[in-house]
Write a protein that binds this ligand. Structure first.
Ligand code: GLC
Length: 573
C-alpha cells in the first residue's frame, strides 16, 4: 500500500448540481453566486471539496454534459470572475474545487463540430469526430441510407445521425445526437484536452471528475456489435457493446491525461491534483484496477453501494469488492447518490429493496412509486453511517444530507431530461433527483432556492418543487437533534476523528445474521439490515472491550448490546 497521503484519499467531497443548488439572481436557475452564498453552509457541514457538475457554456440539452466551450462559464451560472470569486471564497474555508470534465463528447454547438458539419467527408475537421459513410438503405435506393453500423445510443435510438440527406456520412453520438463523440486518436483532440486540464489547473482547480469514461476509445474498425441477450433493457444495449465499452484504446487516453497532470505538478510543486473516473464498474474490481493506477486515474467511483439492495450478502460484497482496490495502492471512492440515479431514500424505501435480485437503482429504468419514505430514510441513515466509517473518500450528492427523497411525479410537460424525451416518455429519467434544493420552508422564494427582493415572489424554478418540499429544508433541520442534517455533520466530524493511518486497514467481519460489520483499526461498525432489533454478542472479540460512540438513531444507542432495526452503531475499543 502506498504510504504517501494525498488530500483526496480520505476526503469528503460534496457534489453540487449547479442548476439546482442555489439561485442568487432570482431567475429560477442555480448559479455560482448562489454557491458562493452557501459556502458557509458547506464549511459547517465539514466537506473538504466541492465537485461542480459541468458549468461550461452549453445549450443544456443534457444539462451541461453537452459542452459548447470548455474554457468558459455558462452565462446562466455567471462568468469567469464569479468563478474566481467562488474559488477564493471556498479556498478561504479550506474547501477545494473539482470540475467535471466531459471527454467522450461535446455539444453539437461546439465550434469544432459546427466546422465539421460544414466541411467535406475526409476533412481534418471531420477527423476529430467519428464520421463514417452510411451503408445502403434496405431497398438499395440510397447508397448511404443506413447507419455505418448497428450501435445503439445510451439514451435511446441509433447511435448514428446522418449529416444531411445529400451527405454520404453519419456521425456517432454514444448518448444523444446532440453529443457527438470525439476521436481521441486525433492529435487536435489530444492537445485540446491537455490545454483544458491546464487551463483549469492554472485557475486553481484541484482536480476533475471525468465523465463517462467507458465509451472513450473504440475499436478502430467500428464493427457491428454482437447481438445482446434476450430481455436486455433497451438502455443497456450500449453498455454491452464490446467495441466501444472499456476498450484497451481508452487506456491510452487516460495515460495522456495523467501525464499532463503529472507534468503540471512537477512544474508546480505543492499542487496535489487528481482525477476520479465515472464508470459503472460495480462487481468488477479487476476492471477498476485496470483504470486506477499510477499511470491513469487516481480514483474511480465505487458504485457498488449505490446499486446494492438492502441485503447483507450484497452489501458485504459491495464493500469487499471496493476495498479490494486498496491492494494496488488506491483508495475506495464511496457514494450513495448522484445526479443520474434515484435518491437513496427512495431506492431503499421500496419493498423490492430487500430482494437480492432487484434492479436496484437505475433511474433510467425504475418507475415504481410504491415507496415507504420513512423506512427509506432510516435505511439511508444506517447506510451513510456505515459508509462514513470506511477508508477512502466519500462523495455526497447535494440534498442527501437533508434526507431528500426522489421526486417521482414531475409532470411530463416539465420533464427536462433527454432520457425522457429520447425514449418518448417511456423512461422517466433523472429529473427527480435534480429538483432545486429547499433551504427554507417559504414557498414564495422557491423554498429559499431563489434569492428575491422581499416584496417579490420567485419565478417557478427550472424544475418544479413539490409542495411538501419545505419539510426537509435546511432551516427545518438545522440544530434539530437527530435530524439527518445533524447526523451528517456529526458523521463527518466523527470520521475525521477516526482517520488515523492505521484506520486505513479495513475488513468485513461476521457478527451474526442480519448484521453487516466492518472492522477498521480500533473501530467496529455494525449495521442491522433487518426490521427487528438484534442483540449483539458483546463477548465477541471485536466488541468485548468496545464502547458505542455513535449511532444512526441516536437515542437508541442507550440500550447496551442491542442494535435497533435498520440502524448502525460505531464501537471503539
Ligand atoms: C454521465 C453523466 C450523465 C450524462 C452522461 C453523458 O453518465 O453523469 O449525467 O448524461 O454522462 O455525458
Amino acid at each position: 500500500m502506498n504510504s504517501e497521503q494525498h488530500w483526496w484519499q480520505n476526503a469528503v467531497v460534496y457534489q453540487v448540481y449547479v442548476r439546482s443548488f442555489a439561485d442568487a439572481n432570482g431567475d429560477g436557475v442555480g448559479d455560482l453566486a448562489g454557491i458562493r452564498n452557501r459556502v458557509d453552509y458547506l464549511a459547517a457541514l465539514g466537506v473538504d471539496a466541492i465537485w461542480l457538475n459541468p458549468c461550461y457554456p452549453s445549450p443544456q440539452r443534457d444539462h451541461g454534459y453537452d459542452v459548447a466551450n470548455y474554457l468558459a462559464i455558462h452565462d446562466e451560472y455567471g462568468d469567469m470572475d464569479e468563478f474566481d470569486a467562488l474559488l477564493a471564497e471556498a479556498g478561504d474555508h479550506g474547501i477545494k474545487i473539482l470540475m467535471d470534465l466531459v471527454p467522450n463528447h461535446c455539444s453539437n454547438d461546439y465550434q469544432w463540430f459546427v466546422d465539421a458539419l460544414a466541411a467535406p467527408a475526409g476533412s481534418a475537421e471531420r477527423a476529430r469526430f467519428y464520421f463514417r459513410d452510411g451503408r445502403p438503405s434496405d431497398d438499395g435506393a440510397d447508397p448511404h441510407g443506413n447507419p455505418p453500423n448497428n450501435w445503439m445510443a445510451a439514451f435511446g435510438g441509433s447511435a448514428w445521425t446522418r449529416v444531411a440527406a445529400d451527405d454520404p456520412q453519419w456521425y456517432l453520438g454514444t448518448f444523444t445526437p446532440h453529443q457527438p463523440d470525439f476521436d481521441h486518436t486525433n492529435l487536435d483532440v489530444q492537445q485540446m484536452f491537455a490545454e483544458v486540464l491546464e487551463f483549469w489547473f492554472d485557475r486553481g482547480v484541484e482536480g476533475f471528475r471525468v465523465d463517462a469514461i467507458s465509451p472513450v476509445g473504440k475499436d478502430a474498425n467500428l464493427p457491428d456489435a454482437p447481438p445482446v441477450a434476450d430481455g436486455t433493457d433497451m438502455l443497456q444495449v450500449t453498455w454491452e457493446n464490446p467495441f466501444t465499452v472499456f476498450r484497451p484504446e481508452g487506456h491510452d487516453v487516460w495515460r495522456r491525461f495523467r501525464q499532463t497532470i503529472n507534468d503540471y505538478m512537477e512544474r508546480h510543486p505543492g499542487r496535489d491534483l487528481m482525477m476520479v473516473a465515472e464508470a459503472y464498474m460495480n462487481g468488477r474490481p479487476d476492471l477498476m484496477a485496470a483504470f486506477v493506477n499510477d499511470g491513469q486515474f487516481h480514483q474511480a467511483f465505487a458504485f457498488d453501494l449505490l446499486l446494492s439492495p438492502w441485503v447483507k450478502s450484497e452489501i458485504e460484497r459491495a464493500i469487499g469488492d471496493s476495498l479490494d482496490i486498496m491492494r494496488i495502492g488506491s483508495t475506495p471512492t464511496w457514494t450513495l447518490n448522484n445526479h443520474d440515479v434515484q435518491r437513496v431514500v427512495t431506492r431503499l424505501g421500496r419493498a423490492s429493496a430487500t430482494d437480492p435480485n432487484t434492479v436496484t437503482n437505475n433511474a433510467l429504468v425504475v418507475r415504481d412509486s410504491n415507496v415507504d419514505v420513512d423506512v427509506g430514510e432510516r435505511r439511508s441513515r444506517a447506510l451513510i453511517s456505515l459508509a462514513m466509517a470506511l477508508p477512502g473518500s466519500l462523495y455526497l450528492y447535494m440534498g442527501e444530507e437533508l434526507g431528500l427523497p426522489e421526486v417521482l411525479d414531475v409532470p411530463a410537460d416539465r420533464r427536462e431530461d433527454p432520457v425522457f424525451h429520447q425514449t418518448n416518455g417511456e423512461r422517466i429519467g433523472r429529473d427527480g433527483c435534480r429538483i432545486p434544493l429547499p433551504w427554507t420552508d417559504d414557498p414564495t422564494s422557491a423554498f429559499g432556492f431563489s434569492t428575491v427582493p422581499s416584496d417579490a415572489s420567485a419565478p417557478e424554478p427550472w424544475l418544479p418543487q413539490p409542495e411538501w418540499w419545505g419539510q426537509s429544508a435546511v432551516t427545518e433541520l438545522d440544530g434539530v437533534e437527530g435530524s439527518t442534517l445533524e447526523l451528517y455533520r456529526e458523521l463527518i466530524a466523527a470520521r475525521r476523528d477516526h482517520a488515523t493511518p492505521q484506520g486505513l486497514v479495513a475488513a468485513v467481519i461476521q457478527l451474526g445474521d442480519g448484521l453487516v460489520a466492518v472492522r477498521r483499526g480500533d473501530l467496529a461498525v455494525v449495521t442491522n439490515v433487518t426490521d427487528t432489533a438484534i442483540a449483539l454478542d458483546m463477548s465477541d472479540p471485536h466488541l468485548s472491550i468496545a464502547t458505542p460512540v455513535f449511532a444512526s438513531e441516536g437515542a437508541e444507542m442507550h440500550t447496551p448490546g442491542v442494535i435497533p432495526p435498520d440502524a448502525t452503531i460505531w464501537f471503539v475499543s
